[in-house]
Write a protein that binds this ligand. Structure first.
Ligand SMILES: [Fe+2]
Length: 193
């Protein structure tokens, strides 16, 4: 299994979320990268597969840590990438998809925000290859409550670590700030895969 390096992100154009908040969040992300690299070391060791036990085993712990840390890396990178503070006017394919699926951007924001206030980890607008449809998923953890064979388009972190420094327990205010920093150029490029 491969090893990962933490990516760099430019927070200079983000408004309404402080550098301190973003820097703390970024540091947390790098710790998931470190943890995932430890998982990779474990998975590359054939001895890991000599003790197979559903009640207690290093293999079981590693399997659980694999999706937890790998999904955390993916989600944090998608989140930081789509929250640049630039290109905030909705346009292009994402506008068409949102209007067709949710009626209007305002209606989409209302639903996305309500799901964010209802969940403890992530909110993600995804394209589902199975049904050829779009869903907003809410996750309580990095590796739960999401369907297979789906592609992420808009990703928002709603863990308390994403907003508590700036907003205390006012998660709604944080979500409003997140939407004002969404980069629709980045999001539209996600259709080109
Ligand atoms: Fe986070």
């Amino acid at each position: 299994m491969k090893f990962f390096d933490a990516k760099k992100f430019d927070f200079d154009n983000i408004n309404g979320i402080s550098k301190c908040q973003l820097d703390q969040h970024y540091t947390l992300y790098t710790r998931y990268v470190d943890a995932m690299n430890k998982v990779s070391i474990e998975m590359n060791d054939n001895n890991l597969y000599k003790n197979c036990n559903p009640n207690f085993s290093n293999l079981r712990n590693t399997q659980i840590a694999l999706t937890y840390n790998l999904d955390s890396i993916k989600l944090h990178e998608l989140y930081f990438e789509n929250m640049t503070g630039l290109n905030n006017d909705i346009n292009g394919k994402i506008q068409m998809v949102i209007n067709n699926t949710f009626g209007s951007y305002e209606n989409f924001i209302d639903k996305f925000k309500c799901i964010g206030l209802s969940m403890r980890g992530w909110v993600i607008l995804c394209y589902d290859y199975f049904s050829n449809d779009y869903y907003i998923y809410g996750q309580d953890s990095h590796n739960t409550e999401i369907s297979m064979n789906t592609y992420p388009l808009i990703v928002m972190d709603v863990y308390e670590h994403a907003y508590m420094i700036d907003f205390g327990i006012d998660k709604a205010k944080y979500i409003d700030a997140f939407f004002k920093n969404l980069d629709f150029k980045v999001i539209n490029n996600r259709f080109n895969v």
